[in-house]
Design a binder for this molecule. Structure first.
Ligand code: 7TS
Length: 408
């Protein structure tokens, strides 16, 4: 078995710490951000100690080495997601910035009043608000694929919405609340058949399951480094080359230009056209090392392991009376479990769990409309990654019984 959790855990220094004297950390909040392996921490440390220089500018050894590290990380990321060319891989700060780039640059160029953009009821705010801004500014029309009671997209309704001839279909691949894995390939194929452009929010899929953009066929893919063992401050926008070529720059400044005159400029070529200013160099290099790390374990192995954990976790959680678990049951799903515990406020639930060193998230998880859909204001969410264990699921369940005793 290539999957050795004990060995993997040794790579994550933070997992050795106690959160309080005698209380070990049980980190179940990886959907918010993952922990970082020593390989990534060391790469960033060594960049600053040995190589630090600005990229693409200086003709000196450090500048050349820094540029080479930065660009080879881009190539690794391109390979990781099955992109044809690293020209299609744009460094951003995070998923949020990647989606805003598309909405703003592609959207303002290609959409006019009345044009339909299809989203889903389960979106994270970062794939809602950028389109709502265009709704206000341009007058585009937003339509939503509904979510069923067991947390799945109503694909039949989606096919009906396609009759409206949408210009864009933008959807999350894996839900950060429900764990639902949406049928990306099928959604993209149907969108294409009516000529719509497609964007996938891969924030919760790229870190957890194999995502090959050449197989899925979407036009844009957005994801964040910090949820996949990489540093904060670095994210990716993948785009189809013809679309990126035709899009105007998102931000203006250094690096994104080929030539500047007093009253005009010529844009640089891809991907630099969309990378204005000094980028997050150490972070990009760190993300490249995170990709190496995940590939060494194998994305297929990661997704199998997480499936074991989430199956066990959902089985154990539904046994706790009073727990109402959101999302598809007895189905393939991502490694997140959001639940209500007979109306005890999720902040109280997570506070009691925190006494046992268990870190979970309480709130709306940046998906308020989805919570409205389930008539909840907040949920408690446990989310899992490669370093979590079956024993940690048991600790979570034990601790939930304590919550019930306290509030029940
Ligand atoms: N899309 C999805 C599906 C997400 O889960 C998140 C972050 C984002 C987009 C935004 O990513 P960012 O890196 O730009 O912030 N989700 C969460 C979460 O569930 N809890 O904290 C952040």
């Amino acid at each position: 078995n290539p999957f050795d959790t004990t060995k993997i855990r040794q790579d994550f220094p933070i997992l050795k710490r106690e959160v309080r004297p005698g209380v070990k950390l049980v980190y179940l909040d990886s959907a918010a951000t993952s922990q970082k392996p020593i390989q990534v921490i060391d790469a960033i440390d060594s960049f600053y100690k040995l190589t630090n220089a600005n990229i693409h500018r200086g003709i000196h050894v450090l500048a050349e080495e820094a540029t080479e590290l930065y660009e080879s990380a881009r190539q690794k990321i391109a390979n990781f997601i099955g992109a044809q060319s690293s020209r299609q891989v744009i460094y951003t700060r995070n998923t949020t910035e990647s989606i805003n780039l598309v909405a703003s640059s592609w959207g303002r160029k290609n959409l006019v009043a009345g044009d339909v953009v299809i989203l889903t009821e389960m979106e994270h705010h970062s794939n809602l608000v950028p389109w709502q801004i265009l709704q206000e500014d341009i007058g585009i029309r937003l339509e939503f694929i509904p979510v069923s009671d067991d947390g799945q997209l109503d694909i039949e309704k989606y096919h009906q919405l396609l009759d409206l001839k949408p210009k864009m279909v933008a959807f999350m691949h894996v839900s950060n609340v429900l764990g639902t894995i949406n049928p990306a390939k099928e959604i993209v194929k149907a969108a294409k058949s009516v000529g719509a452009v497609t964007l996938i929010d891969g924030a919760q899929s790229v870190p957890h399951i194999p995502v090959k953009i050449n197989e899925i066929g979407a036009d844009f893919l957005a994801f964040s480094g910090h949820k996949m063992c990489g540093p904060t401050g670095i994210g990716i926008l993948y785009g189809r080359e013809e679309l990126l070529e035709a899009m105007p720059p998102y931000m203006g400044g250094g690096d994104m230009i080929k030539r500047v005159y007093l009253r005009s400029f010529k844009s640089n070529e891809l991907p630099y056209k969309f990378e204005a200013g000094t980028p997050a160099i150490a972070e990009a290099i760190g993300l490249g090392v995170a990709v190496d790390y995940l590939e060494r374990i194998g994305m297929q192995n990661i997704s199998h392991y997480e499936r074991e954990i989430i199956e066990y976790a959902t089985d154990r959680l539904v046994e706790v009376s009073g727990v109402k678990l959101l999302g598809p049951l007895n189905k393939e799903r991502g490694a997140v479990a959001s639940f209500d515990l007979f109306n005890v406020h999720p902040h109280d639930v997570s506070q009691v769990l925190d006494m046992d060193g268990i870190a979970v998230r309480a709130g709306h998880h940046c998906a308020m409309p989805l919570h409205d859909r389930f008539q909840l204001t907040a949920t408690t969410r446990a989310s899992f990654y490669i370093y979590n264990t079956i024993e940690e699921v048991d600790l979570l369940v034990d601790s939930l019984h304590k919550v019930k005793k306290l509030f029940g």
